[in-house]
Write a protein that binds this ligand. Structure first.
Ligand SMILES: NC(=O)c1ccc[n+]([C@@H]2O[C@H](COP(=O)([O-])OP(=O)(O)OC[C@H]3O[C@@H](n4cnc5c(N)ncnc54)[C@H](OP(=O)(O)O)[C@@H]3O)[C@@H](O)[C@H]2O)c1
Length: 338
């Protein structure tokens, strides 16, 4: 079978290789074999291949891929609640393979009719949006938050979830052509701003929110963008950084932290998984899967590329100005109708 592998760190499209590897072992007790159907490509995958993700580089060779959707191909002894043919979200890393044998407890069963492309994007970004919205501050209906990179998958989910709860969102995108999609998703206000002119940015924020206090700013960019977001939150407000799309560390003036009591904190989904408890996880993913199934919580898809063309897929995923995510489809996924 085929697996995507890196043997060094570097430019994703140049570094990734598709290799023949042995089939996974038959599932043992408590295990299942999952046939991957659709594989997602996230910014974190690209950063990992560049050796820029997390606190230390992972050992090589490595199969990347944090997200996918698959179908149960075989079930080991003692596994309950999963059967051959079930569609699952594998809660594992190294997803860019054709088949994998894994712990059954890490295969989250999804509704049978779920859209496979949407299901490939279920594990990370929707839960991140939920956690950023619900678990940072106790926001009430009518409150405002602001976020940058608002047209990203996380940003779009956040807009939808906030709208469902009556929370107003001020959304910042870096290009005019992204404004409409965020408005259509339910963004209360959307501005295109390159975040390079603090005065102009302040003016535009004030025009958008009027006298309202923005207590929460959500930053996916880092670098100077973090400081600009801090500049606009109310005294005592919170800036949550959850990504470094600029490739730069967060820069924030100490005056906000010291004199305005602004808090800067980070968010990582893995910690949230560890802290949140099974009941909340089950409730969150149940709600997200239902929203994907009824079409209210979906992410736009820009391209679906054959897994055999993994280099081209990574090239497309690394381009700015996409209209949605770039997904890869395996041969089994094609046969399943993707
Ligand atoms: N901390 C966590 O646990 C966690 C979990 C999930 C995701 N994330 C992070 O969330 C962020 C969004 O992920 P996603 O999968 O939702 O993204 P995505 O759908 O792939 O979209 C990428 C977004 O990044 C923007 N962008 C790319 N390069 C940029 C730059 N140099 N400056 C400003 N904006 C830039 C794009 O703008 P254009 O459309 O204009 O190109 C687009 O809005 C990423 O940083 C990711 O690592 C973090």
């Amino acid at each position: 079978m085929k697996a995507a592998i890196i043997e060094g760190f570097g430019d994703p499209a140049a570094t990734i290789q598709l290799k023949d590897v042995p089939e996974p072992a038959s599932p043992g007790p408590g295990e299942v074999t999952v046939e991957m159907l659709v594989l997602n490509i996230n910014p974190s995958d690209l950063l990992q291949i560049q050796g820029l993700y997390g606190v230390s580089r992972p050992p090589l060779p490595l199969t990347p891929g944090g997200e996918a959707v698959g179908r149960i191909a075989a079930v080991g002894e003692g596994v309950t609640g999963l059967a051959v043919g079930d569609i699952v979200s594998p809660m594992i890393l190294s997803c860019w393979v054709e088949r994998v044998t894994m712990k059954a407890s890490l295969a989250m069963k999804l509704p049978a009719g779920i859209d496979l492309k949407q299901a490939a994007m279920l594990k990370g970004n929707p839960a991140t949006a939920e956690a950023l919205l619900a678990d940072q501050l106790d926001l009430q209906p009518g409150d405002w938050l602001m976020q940058n990179a608002a047209n990203s998958a996380v940003g779009t989910f956040l807009v939808r979830l906030a709208q469902q709860r009556g929370i107003n969102t001020l959304n910042i995108v870096r290009r005019e052509s992204a404004v409409e999609a965020v408005k259509a998703a339910g963004g209360t206000a959307v501005i295109a701003d390159a975040l390079d002119d603090p005065r102009a940015f302040r003016k535009r924020v004030r025009e958008a929110v009027g006298d309202a206090k923005v207590r929460l700013a959500i930053d996916a960019i880092g670098g100077g963008a973090t400081g600009l977001m801090a500049n606009q939150v109310a005294d005592g407000g919170t800036v949550v950084n959850y990504g470094l799309l600029s490739g730069e560390q967060c820069r924030i003036d100490a005056q906000h932290l010291i004199f305005r009591k602004v808090t800067l904190k980070g968010f990582w989904l893995i910690h949230w998984f560890q802290e949140i408890g099974r009941a909340r996880l089950a409730e969150t993913y149940g709600r997200i899967a239902a929203g994907m199934a009824d079409g209210t919580l979906t992410t736009p898809v820009a391209d679906v590329v054959a897994f055999a063309e993994v280099k081209e897929a990574l090239r497309l995923a690394g381009e700015g100005g996409r209209s949605g995510k770039v997904l890869m489809v395996t041969e089994a996924g094609r046969q399943a109708g993707v």
